[in-house]
Write a protein that binds this ligand. Structure first.
Ligand code: FA5
Length: 341
């Protein structure tokens, strides 16, 4: 350290400036974070006991004839220190002050996952039950032509089910006839029988569309489960047993099933399938023996094969199973409702 009282030569001062500079280089190079740079700043430039201050004080002890040169060297050091410090401050600001240690052995934070929608759960469960009875699950298109939605199902041109007000016809046509969103999954019966020969046991679950006003038991988009069995010797008894096994498998042994005589153009005889829910009988769907006219329409011989078919509303059986009073709740997208399933 240079003493103020003693005379200081220019060489001594330059030597001290060099030592200060290399000390500053070491200090700043070793400063890994903002706190270390700040400690270096105080040590080098501190107003009371910084190294620069000490050199400044010794300037007055330099011989007056050399003081001009001494001042110039001092100012160079001062500028150099300011620049070196600024560079060090910038360097540590660019990286995080402190690295948060990561414990790689901790269990990961689980991303919130949704779950399968209750209607999809119902579809999968019904497919499972039907698979055990030997029914293979198949798909069909939701955009249909009039042959598969009506004609092949023996629904004649004047039938009220074809009314434009009761269907979602599209502005797209195949040939002369507009296509439509299928109004029932019975279309899949036809598509399967056109391509495959008996014995057939298929089930098809999917969306259907009707311009119905939404209420507790109706929605303009809903799902049906369609079943079809075609093999020699199939009877109404097989149909009733299959539907009972499906009802018990899905709703439990307490369910009561009832068959009421009805009419569908593509089954003969036809029944309405009701199930009891909370002391009330609810219509779940329709069923019957495949009409000989339908078998003939797909090139099968009604004399040698027979079959049964059924179509149930998926929302209705899901509502019955879960005690849901209003099927519109399935489509409100309220997670407080959906989380329950
Ligand atoms: C049919 O759709 C026939 N294809 C069923 C069938 C299949 C009969 C095979 C014979 C052989 P229906 O229009 O009744 O039938 O509809 C069947 C079921 O779909 C109804 O019982 C009901 O459970 C459900 N359903 C009908 N409309 C709606 C709707 N708007 N919202 C919710 N579910 C509906």
């Amino acid at each position: 350290m240079l003493s103020r009282v003693a005379d200081v030569s220019l060489d001594e001062l330059i030597g001290e400036i060099g030592r200060c500079r290399s000390a500053a280089e070491d200090l700043l190079a070793g400063a890994a974070d903002a706190a270390a740079v700040e400690r270096a700043r105080v040590e080098l430039l501190g107003a009371r006991s910084g190294r620069l201050k000490a050199i400044q004080k010794s300037l007055s002890a330099v011989d007056p004839s050399q003081r001009r040169d001494a001042g110039r060297h001092f100012n160079e050091l001062k500028d150099w220190l300011a620049a070196a410090l600024a560079a060090a401050q910038e360097r540590v600001a660019a990286r995080p002050e402190r690295v948060v240690p990561i414990d790689v052995t901790l269990p990961g934070a689980a991303a919130p996952l949704g779950h399968v929608h209750p209607i999809t759960q119902t579809i999968r469960r019904v497919e499972e039950i039907m698979a055990r009875l030997g029914f293979e699950s198949v798909d069909g298109p939701e955009v249909e032509d009039q042959w598969h939605n009506f004609d092949a199902l023996a629904i004649p041109p004047e039938h009220p089910a074809r009314d434009p007000l009761d269907n979602f016809f599209l502005a797209v046509a195949r040939g002369a006839e507009p296509l439509l969103l299928r109004s029932q999954t019975s279309t899949v019966q036809i598509r399967v029988m056109e391509r495959r020969r008996p014995p057939l046991r298929i089930v098809s679950l999917g969306r259907v569309y009707r311009p119905d006003t939404a209420d507790a038991t109706h929605y303009p988009m809903f799902h049906q489960v369609e079943g079809l069995l075609v093999e020699p010797g199939a009877t109404m008894a097989h149909l009733k047993t299959t539907l009972r096994l499906l009802a018990v498998g899905f709703l439990g042994p307490g369910v009561r099933v009832r068959f009421r005589p009805s009419f569908f153009p593509f089954t003969e005889p036809s029944v309405e399938v009701d199930m009891e829910w909370g002391g009330r009988w609810v219509e779940m769907g329709g069923a019957g023996m495949v009409d000989p006219a339908v078998l003939a329409a797909v090139g099968l011989d009604p004399e040698t094969v027979s079959g049964f078919a059924f179509g149930l509303g998926v929302e209705r059986i899901a509502a019955r199973r879960h005690g849901v009073a209003d099927i519109r709740d399935f489509y409100r997208n309220d997670v407080r409702f959906l989380r329950q399933f």
